[in-house]
Write a protein that binds this ligand. Sequence first.
Ligand code: NIG
Ligand code: FE
Length: 396
Amino acid sequence: MSSLLVDNIGELVTNVPAAGGDGPLGLRRGVALLVEAGRVVWIGPARYAPAADRRIDAEGGAVLPGFVDSHAHLVFAGDRAAEFAARMAGEPYTGGGIRTTVGATRAASDDDLRDTVHRLRDEAMRQGTTTMEIKSGYGLTVADEARSLRIAAEVTAETTFLGAHVVPAEYAGRPDDYVGLVCGPMLTAAAPYARWVDVFCERGAFDADHTRAILTVGQAAGLGLRLHANQLGPGPGVRLGVELGAASVDHCTHLSDVDVDALAGSATTTDPTVATLLPGAEFSTRSPYPDARRLLDAGVTVALATDCNPGSSYTSSMPFCVALAVREMRMTPAEAVWAATAGGARALRRTDVGALRPGVRADLMILDAPSHLHLAYRPGVPLVRQVLHNGVPQCR
Ligand code: NIG
Ligand code: FE
């Protein structure tokens, strides 16, 4: 069996504090890491490193778990650059542009959609992302939602059925009929390709009753639950997500004390509901950022993700989100790096990614910088020098 040793590591972020590291990131120095059959099999003092078939010299760079981007919408066609320009000139973001992308997506060929998914997945990987959740939600017919998920499933196991993104134009004024479609034939067609079900629970999208109905039948079909909640204004989404045991409630921009208490209460249970913050969306819609400090101080488990989509957040860059979280959301660099790796893993209920210890998948990045601090300290600089995914070095 071929083995690969990563050594000359400046700083290893393990996210395993109990294993002798210091701080929540479980930082270790002077260690090397051995990979076999796509898994980490050994981490220990570099001077005791076992012989290996191949070696990667980290050249004193920091080594981190690959980013876990737990929220992205990659199956779409077209772009909405003009809508972005209008927002920067003062127009508000309402989510109304989703229907523009739905039209373009329905008209696209499978290969066009596939090319976009691969292009963005590769772009994310070059920036350190080794696990990526991908949602449907720009098809909104039975056939287009099923094909969106089928294409997403070609590149990730973390696929999410978001038929309840908005009510499409042909169902205008008939939301109950559309929810019936989502809960019936659309779910049946989508479920074989999906691990999760998601709803955009927001004024102008789906209300609490519709959201509950969709999540309940999705769960009965074997799907895990996640939610778009409290993005554009206050609402019932976060509390509903916690009540139903969702793995994650995402956005969390407009929270009441009751919402924060619900998330904090869930954090002490065996399967907490994670608050996934998406600062790329606030950046690209010129909106106030969510209050990460308030959530962290209350004990809530926080994840960071890109929300990569052509409307509200057209970035695949987790380093950019880490930098925004530190500068604009009062997260420490360590909290932001943890949220972008271990936090994302928790939001996807995964224990095999988001940390580096023997037994996990060998998903990691090597930085052109000596510590994780540089991800926020050097914003916009392409610091990711090498990525291993399932133990395989990715071409740069
Ligand atoms: O997460 N909020 C709903 N969905 C996306 C935006 C989609 C779009 O504008 O195309 C989001 O921000
Ligand atoms: Fe989203």
